[in-house]
Design a protein around this ligand. Structure first.
Ligand code: GLN
Length: 280
């Protein structure tokens, strides 16, 4: 079978299955399975595909048509220009979250201790460490905590792949955390419990519920983390949260109540509120 025919079949199957990004996903999987890039494809769409690649492509397409996320089929996601391993135990890194990393990078100074609460794949902590050390031409010390042991395994593997040194700790928020930090980062679960049920199948069924569900009003983790962070932040230290588009005012108010100052809401590329930061 030729590349062109195989792609056509993949597109048709995904479109019929109602996959929103059917065209893009058929392409991604073709590239992933055959190693042929889009530009190489256009030079020679009649190229024969080895039998085993044809079989593998169809397997991946069939899985994608059951709404398994593309990233679970390829096992990876790009974030901040770095490649992260992902699986069903971690939230797939979102582009929106890059705003949190970029904001954190504004504050890095050599020697800082950085804590990431609900680290998941480790994408936030590891990119802050990797890019931050380059930026400040120094050393950063990073710790990531998560309640999920399976997530921590993914984070450890990502640290190894990216050759970043970091400590990962199994902990329910701050329960096992010791010492004090200059910066605390978190993208906690923040979706209202009732809203989780309305998310697309890829997220609702295939991504970890514990990484999404923020309780009745979505703010459970902001309340806990903000209150507890006071004990773990050095004076002049900074807390940075990713938030949902409609949580900027509420999370800012929570932080001011606890005693944070210089509280700011930062927008993402879509001009929606995405990050809140404050200083202790
Ligand atoms: N931004 C994620 C989503 O849209 C939610 C992440 C979170 O709850 N921390 O699915």
């Amino acid at each position: 079978m030729t590349l062109g025919t195989l792609l056509k079949q993949g597109r048709e199957i995904l479109q019929n299955a109602g996959i929103a990004e059917w065209d893009l996903d058929a392409w991604y999987l073709l590239e992933y399975v055959t190693g042929v890039s889009r530009s190489q494809y256009f030079l020679d769409p009649e190229r024969e595909v080895p039998q085993e690649q044809e079989v593998l492509y169809h397997q991946k397409i069939d899985k994608r048509s059951t709404h398994i996320p593309l990233q679970h089929l390829t096992g990876e996601q790009e974030f901040m220009g770095l490649t992260f391993k992902v699986n069903e135990h971690v939230l797939i890194p979102r582009q929106d979250t890059e705003v949190l990393v970029e904001e954190a990078l504004n504050y890095v100074r050599s020697g800082m201790d950085i804590l990431d609460v609900c680290t998941g794949s480790g994408c936030i902590l590891l990119s802050v460490l990797k890019l931050g050390e380059k930026k400040c031409r120094g050393i950063l010390h990073g710790t990531g905590v998560d309640l999920s042991r399976e997530a921590l395994q993914v984070a450890e593997e990502n640290a190894g792949r990216l050759q970043v040194e970091a400590t990962f700790l199994h902990s329910d928020l701050f329960a096992e955390v010791q010492g004090q930090y200059d910066m605390i980062l978190s993208n906690p679960p923040y979706i209202e419990k009732a809203v989780v049920e309305t998310l697309e199948e890829e997220v609702r069924i295939h991504e970890p519920r514990m990484a999404l569900d923020g309780g009745e009003d979505g703010l459970d983790f902001y309340r806990k983390i903000t209150a507890e962070s006071v004990q773990y932040l050095r004076k002049g230290g900074r807390l940075l949260f990713e938030i949902g588009y409609d949580q900027g005012q509420k999370v800012s108010a929570l932080m001011r109540e606890i005693g944070f100052h210089d509280v700011q809401v930062i927008k993402d590329l879509a001009r929606k509120d995405r990050v809140v930061t404050g200083m202790l």
